[in-house]
Ligand binder design. Sequence first.
Ligand code: PMP
Ligand code: GLN
Length: 398
Amino acid sequence: MTVNGSWRRAARGAGLLGDDGSVAATIFAEMSALAARTGAINLGQGFPDEDGPAEVLSAAVSAIRSGENQYPPGIGTPDLRHAIAEHQERFYELRFDPDREVLVTAGATEALAATLLALLEPGDEVVTFEPFYDAYGALIALADGIHRTVPLRLPGFQPDLDELRASVTDRTRVILVNSPHNPTGTVLTREVLETIVDLAHRHDAIIVTDEVYEHLTFGPRHVPIATVPGARERTVSISSGGKTFNTTGWKIGWITAPAELVTAVLAVKQFLTYVNGAPFQPAIATGLRLPREYFTGIADSLRHKRDVLSDGLREAGFAVSPSDGTYFVVADAAPLGYRNAVEFCKALPGLAGVVAVPLSAFCKDDFAERTASLVRFAFCKRIDVLERAAAQLAELKH
Ligand code: PMP
Ligand code: GLN
């Protein structure tokens, strides 16, 4: 049997298609399986090991018990759409019409998929930074787009503005931004955001911004690119409840955008998932309406976790790049004598009982070489787990 279709494009876009036509698992699934097999501490796939706020969990349980178990509206329940619009106004002074400018999706992933499928014509270019979250490469390929990247390099992982300017042309349909940035932990500067808006205007491109880590910053404040003058009317902003409320398994995400763009994305979304988890929608609405202290509290708690893991990595002999946001930190294994992060990550469960992800998994082949000895560690784990990981990593020096 011959299996045709766009699966090959998606797998190739994610760098997962083997020469023999086999498809590898994503790096996250591979690394979680490695952790399960070896019993090592999983600092690979980014998911928290503690539940989120009790109010949010109870709201989902109550919704199930009270019969909110059938198809909700395709654009999302009115209550959640209002809560999303209120959240955008409360935190960023961005006003969106909850009936026309907000769309609920199956996590940020479906928001990205539906947006790219809606906006790209075959051959249109999409500019992202590199390293990039793995789904970007696969989804751009699935939408038949061409993926151009702008490197983020050490130190600091900010883009060079001239390289950014050179990458955006009249062929660019979408500039896909991600800040706070997975995997580097970088928060893009205002100057970078302003340059992106300027380029989008100049080349008539649409800005798609993935802000799933919007509340997880530890120094520089998160600036949604839609708040930069001139951006709002050409920006699709994407977020998700997974990171903010420790509910990565619920897959409730959303977009906020001008009505015309929401309509285009909805046209695709309704044939991807049609609607999303009814009882989780009131629960995420409850979360979005929590007092401000909840949101500052999660950032404070993660800052402490970042410090525990970063200090541990430094003491173990890694060169650690400061993480200003997300729940990831990048460390260089070269000072310890390990120049190949892929080999190093495979050996790490045996060496130190820890699982991490090589940064090359977020890069195209030609850039992977330059990140050869860099490793991403997740710190969204309990303090005692991070302390144990730090103690075990200290063994690498011996
Ligand atoms: N974008 C980035 C940058 C992420 O790190 C993640 C989390 N895996 C996603 C999108 C996907 O989010 P969701 O689980 O809500 O689909
Ligand atoms: N966003 C998480 C990470 O970067 C998990 C992604 C996934 O499993 N697809 O680790």
